[in-house]
Design a protein around this ligand. Structure first.
Ligand SMILES: *Cc1c(COP(=O)(O)O)cnc(C)c1O
Length: 155
């Protein structure tokens, strides 16, 4: 099926969900290489997870390995508080600090966009780095809805 899909005249973008460099075992790497040779454009998405990838070095290793394999890191998400995942959710400020440091060490090609799917709001909202001083207490989604970042209530 993947070979047939790759023969379409349209460019097909394929996004892989990878949260830790240890997921890039030989079997996965072989699949990534096969998809690349079929002509897919490969992207990745990840989620910040406490205790799994909550540090700069783990993420740097993961993004660099993906980049070297021809997978463009596309998005990294703030964790969502849904049943049984609360213990993995990190503080947004800690994620921002990691992303700010990472951007100083990685090419933009190996650096994904940090986004958040705000509960009750529409679509992704880009999370700013600490390179600029700004007030991160309220965000606006693409429909203009304003939400507080400390408790996700509408302003
Ligand atoms: C982010 C996302 C996409 C990709 O949309 P972009 O315009 O590339 O950001 C597609 N489907 C879902 C459900 C998404 O959350």
């Amino acid at each position: 099926m993947m070979e047939r899909l790759a023969k379409l005249k349209e460019t097909v973008y394929l996004s892989l969900h990878i949260d830790h460099p240890d997921e890039l075992q030989p079997e996965t790497v072989d699949l990534i290489r096969a998809f690349r040779s079929m002509g897919y454009v490969l992207l990745s998405q990840s989620v910040f997870l406490k205790g799994v990838n909550d540090n700069k070095n783990t993420l740097k290793e993961m993004f660099l390995r993906l980049f070297e394999l021809g997978v463009r890191p596309y998005y990294i998400y703030h964790g969502q508080e849904v049943t049984a995942t609360t213990r993995f959710v990190m503080a947004l400020e800690d994620e921002i600090e990691i992303m700010t440091q990472l951007r100083n060490e990685l090419s933009g090609l190996a650096f994904p966009q940090h986004v958040i799917d705000i509960p009750g709001a529409s679509g992704k909202v880009i999370v700013p780095s600490n390179h600029w001083e700004k007030d991160t207490s309220v965000v606006t989604d693409f429909e203009g809805k304003r939400v507080r970042t400390d408790n996700w209530s509408t302003v």
